[in-house]
Design a protein around this ligand. Structure first.
Ligand code: FAD
Length: 401
């Protein structure tokens, strides 16, 4: 079985690493000429960290990552604490896996090192996908092509592979996010204890957390945005424009944004959930399957779950056809990723309510919730075990008279 993955982001590399670990060789085709992940930090919750640790990244994450002691939400104007959710020890105790904040480039490097040399092909922008009864043919922008028994689209929100399965449009959220990294010496309030800190205000929010083993702090700040702006990871932002939107916020936020010397800016899009992820020989993982707004910090976590679940099914399933395996994978994943997409959209408005009664009710609800415990359906889930149980259940079923 020749498996070809389109896209070497977090989803594609995790899939390639997990397939190789299970003895299923695969080739990855990536449009970029140089493999690198840009942007700033990323939060890796226990539902993904346990999978990455099993893949062989435990030592790498412990070196490049930071385990925040807690997630805190504060009011925008006076920095008053709304809620503190313990993460560090609490996640290890409750979910038997750590919560990490890491720089995206560090995570990407770790994943890349798990894929055998020569299996990632750069400068290969896929432009067409043709599925036949026995094979799938991929065309690349440089005129070359390749054939595969199974094609997995890990090519993000603009997925060409997804477009071969379903015709749909991106949905614009009305918001952009500015992101950058500052030296940790510029953020004194994080030096006493590593934390994820959010400030919630009308129309926008700001978030920061330590990355790069604690040497730097990742900063993200949202702002209302006009339709049509770039959503590329490579678009740069105007710091003065960003600061103007936060001019009357508390000094902690203003100090954080002042420390930025360059920021990326991109508009935030997602897509509606789809019911059809797989055909007879094609399926999707990560943002190609379920692009979501970043307001639950789970897009990459879900991508990692997808990748590991798919690798288990491709390696171990006793289903009669590839199409059955791919459909089983989509069924196994769809409800969960749909729920995370839905909550991410809901948070898009809930995080940004104006001062007044609505905010008081929102803050009281947040403060009374035991967020980490309430997230056990999210953080406690083990996608690898779920896929192995599915395979075991299916093989018991197929051996019945
Ligand atoms: P991508 O990262 O988009 O990778 C796709 C890859 O495919 C790229 O390498 C691209 O070059 C390649 N590609 C695209 N088209 C082609 C083609 N035609 N041919 C060949 N190659 C192609 N998630 C979290 O879990 N935690 C967080 O804290 C978090 N924070 C976020 C903050 C922000 C501001 C944003 C925008 C997102 C955040 N996310 C977070 C979401 C997360 O970044 C994404 O869900 C994740 O990066 C998706 O990975 P992916 O590999 O599916 O797609």
């Amino acid at each position: 079985m020749r498996v070809v993955v389109v896209g070497a982001g977090i989803a594609g590399l995790t899939l390639a690493a997990s397939l190789h670990r299970r003895g299923v060789p695969c080739e990855v085709f990536e449009q970029a000429a140089v493999l690198r992940e840009v942007g700033a930090g990323i939060q890796i919750a226990p539902n993904a960290s346990r999978l990455l640790e099993r893949l062989g990244l435990a030592a790498h994450l412990a070196t490049v990552g930071v385990q925040p002691a807690a997630l805190e939400m504060h009011r925008w104007e006076d920095d008053r604490l709304i809620v503190r959710v313990p993460l560090g020890e609490e996640c290890r105790r409750q979910f038997q896996a750590p919560y990490y904040t890491v720089h995206r480039a560090d995570l990407h490097d770790g994943l890349r090192a798990l894929v055998p040399t020569g299996h990632v092909h750069l400068g290969k922008r896929c432009v067409a996908v043709e599925e036949g009864p026995d094979t799938v043919r991929l065309q690349f922008a440089d005129g070359s092509s390749t054939a595969a028994d199974v094609v997995v689209g890990a090519d993000g929100i603009h997925s060409v592979v997804r477009a071969s399965l379903v015709a749909d449009e991106r949905q614009f959220s009305g918001q952009a996010i500015y992101r950058g990294v500052v030296p940790s010496s510029a953020v004194r309030f994080l030096q006493t204890e590593p934390r994820v800190v959010l400030w919630l205000g009308p129309d926008r929010h700001c978030v920061c957390y330590p990355v790069s083993g604690g040497r730097a702090v990742s900063v993200g700040a949202t702002a209302p945005s006009a339709r049509g702006a770039s959503e590329s990871w490579l678009a740069t932002g105007d710091i003065a424009e960003l600061m103007a939107g936060y001019a009357d916020w508390c000094s902690e936020v203003r100090g954080l944004l002042t420390a930025l010397d360059r920021v990326g800016r991109w508009s935030l899009y997602d897509r509606d959930p789809i019911t059809r992820w797989s055909s007879q020989r094609i399926t999707l993982v990560g943002d190609a399957a379920h692009p979501m707004l970043p307001f639950v910090a789970q897009g990459a976590n879900q991508a990692i779950e997808d990748a590991v679940a798919l690798s288990v099914l491709l390696a171990h399933s006793s289903a009669a056809t590839v199409g059955e395996v791919l459909n089983r994978y989509a069924e196994l994943r769809r409800c969960r990723t749909e729920e995370v997409q839905r909550i991410s959209r809901r948070n898009s408005s809930a995080l940004h309510v104006p001062n007044g009664d609505r905010r008081e009710r929102r803050d009281a609800a947040i403060a009374s919730s035991q967020a980490a415990r309430e997230r056990s359906w999210l953080y406690g889930f083990d996608a690898e075990h779920a896929a192995l149980a599915d395979v075991a259940g299916a093989s018991r079923g197929s051996s019945m008279p």
